[in-house]
Design a protein around this ligand. Structure first.
Ligand code: MN
Ligand code: MN
Length: 301
């Protein structure tokens, strides 16, 4: 029935345990005026210290930025006062990926929006089970969010996860949607409602910042430093997302920019633009990874 054997499931469980512990330690770590890079490096260090590897760079997405910001090297940005901050982290153990996120709210005005994201996630976790249509999960999430006077982000979704895969093919919508896909026992899914204000557009669009990258397809490159970077990326991240912070010291500092640009321009690498709420309204997020069982689910994170 399941495509994962017991050994694989145990690796998912360990991955989730490392991630859960990291998330709980990070909740109280994040502060106003803190350099964003401190948050990213702390989360990634905790994951490694506990025996996992980051499945993607720690995302610290602020206010109207919904997702996909991580600190570039030497990031000078700090967490603004009264910010609403989404911290999204992932772990893999031998490739088995878990994914979780929480929101820290420094403006009491948005506390109920943050709570709406958590309630919607809990509602989905409480009702999900084998055979449930993904459209039904989207409906439950959307209703929960709207009942509290907020709006879901319609074009961000949860997703199945797999070995060395963060998006393994199935999407879990955050709104009512026509789909005949059903979640299956033994499969592992990340559920992640994103919530914004009721008068927002409720969609995200690409911003201009790109801070997270991944390998698309290795091909031969002329520049020997580009080749060295590529080897490091293949060996360490495969096709999982990475940050430029993770490439420090691989090639001489004065060769790095040209080498990286060659990989990017030749489409060996792709970048993920930051996602910004289209009407620039603040966004909250909550996320767990779950293993589906016949009658419900096991929350891994
Ligand atoms: Mn996530
Ligand atoms: Mn996710």
């Amino acid at each position: 029935m399941s495509r994962y054997d017991e050994e694989a499931i145990e690796k998912f469980r360990l991955s989730g345990k490392i991630l859960r512990e990291t998330r709980e330690e990070m909740r109280s770590f994040v502060r106003e005026d803190m350099p964003i890079i401190e948050v990213c490096e702390k989360a990634e260090e905790l994951i490694r210290r506990k025996g996992g590897k980051p499945a993607f760079p720690c995302n610290v997405s602020i206010n109207e930025v919904a997702a996909h910001y991580t600190s570039p090297p030497n990031d000078g940005h700090r967490i603004p006062e009264k910010a609403i901050v989404k911290v999204d982290i992932g772990v893999h153990v031998d490739g088995y990926v878990t994914d979780t996120a929480f929101t820290v709210c420094f403006d009491p005005a948005y506390a109920s929006m943050q709570a709406a994201a958590e309630h919607a996630l809990n509602a989905a976790v409480d009702s999900i089970h084998s055979g449930m249509p993904t459209s039904k999960i989207g409906e439950i999430i959307e209703k929960s969010i709207r009942n509290r006077g907020f709006k879901p982000i319609s074009n961000l979704t949860g997703h199945s996860v797999g070995r060395y895969l963060i998006h393994a093919g199935t999407s879990i919508p955050n709104v009512t949607q026509l789909s005949f896909t059903k979640v299956q026992a033994g499969e592992v899914y990340a559920i992640e409602p994103f919530v914004t204000m009721h008068d927002a557009i409720g969609r995200v669009e690409d911003g201009s910042d790109i801070t997270i990258f991944r390998l698309v397809k290795a091909k031969s490159v002329k520049n020997p430093y580009a080749r060295k970077l590529l080897e490091h990326i293949e060996d360490n991240f495969r096709t999982l997302p990475f940050a430029e912070r993770w490439l420090k010291g691989i090639v001489p500092a004065d060769q790095y920019r040209d080498a990286f640009n060659e990989l990017y321009k030749s489409k060996v690498l792709m970048g993920y633009p930051v996602f910004i709420e289209a009407s620039r309204k603040p966004v909250a997020q909550s996320e767990h990874t779950v293993l589906i069982t016949e009658n419900g689910c096991e929350v891994l994170t």
